[in-house]
Design a protein. Structure first.
Length: 47
């Protein structure tokens, strides 16, 4: 493989990881926003 191929694959892999992380983070924010009240009560009861 040429150095350019390695860089291209590295950037592609990194881009995929960033995309997955962004989707997971957005999904978490939406989930947290919808279920904020119940989860807050659960956290308080556990403590």
């Amino acid at each position: 493989m040429d150095a350019l191929d390695i860089v291209t694959w590295a950037l592609a892999g990194f881009g995929i990881l960033v995309a997955i992380a962004a989707i997971a983070f957005i999904g978490y924010l939406i989930f947290e926003d919808k279920f904020k009240k119940p989860s807050a009560k659960d956290d308080e009861s556990k403590k």
